[in-house]
Design a protein around this ligand. Structure first.
Ligand code: NDP
Ligand code: 8X3
Length: 252
């Protein structure tokens, strides 16, 4: 029987790298993101590794879209979800609290926090039924430390950090392990999204030091997934060697 990993935000960055890494470890994949053409390209790329790839265009901000996405999957696929990676997320803008755009706030809260809740609520009953599973929430160093003009993004990630602890308590009786990974600066499409397509501003974030890359996070996911049943990794803070805190970076 194929075991499945459901990965949100699989169309780019960490999610794409995690999908590839888990496929190589023998998992079937259920991949959620809004951009279907990206998911189609990833499924094509993964075909030599596994034929068991289900792609669904889902905007996790909508509880109805999440429900429909789950309903579109065969029962025997949903019933074998062993790993859920709650990765979909974004920072929208960087502004002082009184100047932030309400639409940006809503998108971050609806995606990073509420989206993660909707997905978890949809998947957990299947894990309960099969008697176990593993949930990995992608948080951030921004959830451990607030930084200037990061306010709402930092708050959503701090909320997910705390939510991870609550989920772990609630899911303990069902043998479902809950982990989080809090990365520091990693070069993906994250900054391009944050700065709304401004390539120069995005590139400036990673100038003068070596940031993490998506592969670093994927390898950490694989490490957590491969622990024996009796071991649970609660939280990993994964930083570039050049970054000592959210805002302290040694540049060369
Ligand atoms: P990317 O922008 O490269 O990837 C983000 C992914 O999230 C995309 O696949 C995107 O897919 C998906 N996504 C965004 N909004 C939605 C939505 N409403 N519904 C479904 N999917 C959505 O960034 P990263 O890979 O870097 O980010 C992944 C996670 O890691 C995020 O939660 C981010 O906050 C976190 N993180 C990133 C760090 C970094 O420095 N890069 C550091 C710490 C944490 P699509 O647009 O197709 O929907
Ligand atoms: C992404 C890393 O430091 O830009 O979560 O917030 S940071």
């Amino acid at each position: 029987m194929v075991k499945y990993a459901l990965i949100t935000g699989a169309s780019s960055g960490f999610g794409e790298a995690i999908s590839e890494a888990l496929a190589k470890k023998g998992f079937g994949l259920i991949l959620f993101a809004r951009r279907l053409e990206r998911l189609e390209a990833l499924r094509e790329k993964l075909l030599p590794v596994t034929p068991h790839v289900y792609i669904v265009s889902v905007d996790v901000q909508s509880s109805e879209a999440v429900r429909n996405g789950m309903n579109s999957l065969d029962e025997d696929v949903k019933s074998n979800i062993d790993v859920l990676v709650n990765n979909a997320g974004l920072a929208a803008g960087r502004a002082s609290i009184e100047e932030g755009l309400v639409l940006d706030w809503e998108q971050m809260i609806d995606t990073n926090l509420k989206g993660l809740l909707y997905i978890s609520r949809a998947v957990i009953p299947f894990m309960k039924k099969r008697g176990g599973g593993l949930i990995i929430n992608i948080t951030s160093i921004a959830g451990k430390e607030a930084y200037s003009q990061g306010n709402v993004y930092c708050a959503t990630k701090a909320a997910v950090d705390h939510l991870t602890k609550g989920m772990r308590l609630d899911l303990l009786p069902f043998g479902i392990k809950v982990s989080s990974i809090a990365p520091g600066a990693a070069e993906t499409e994250f900054s391009l999204v944050r700065f709304k397509g401004n390539e120069a501003m995005a590139a400036a974030v990673y100038e003068g030091f070596t940031p993490l890359n998506a592969q670093d996070i994927a390898e950490t996911v694989v490490f957590i997934v491969e622990r024996p049943v009796h071991v649970s990794i609660h939280d990993v803070v994964l930083m570039p060697a050049a970054q000592a805190s959210a805002t302290t970076i040694r540049k060369h």
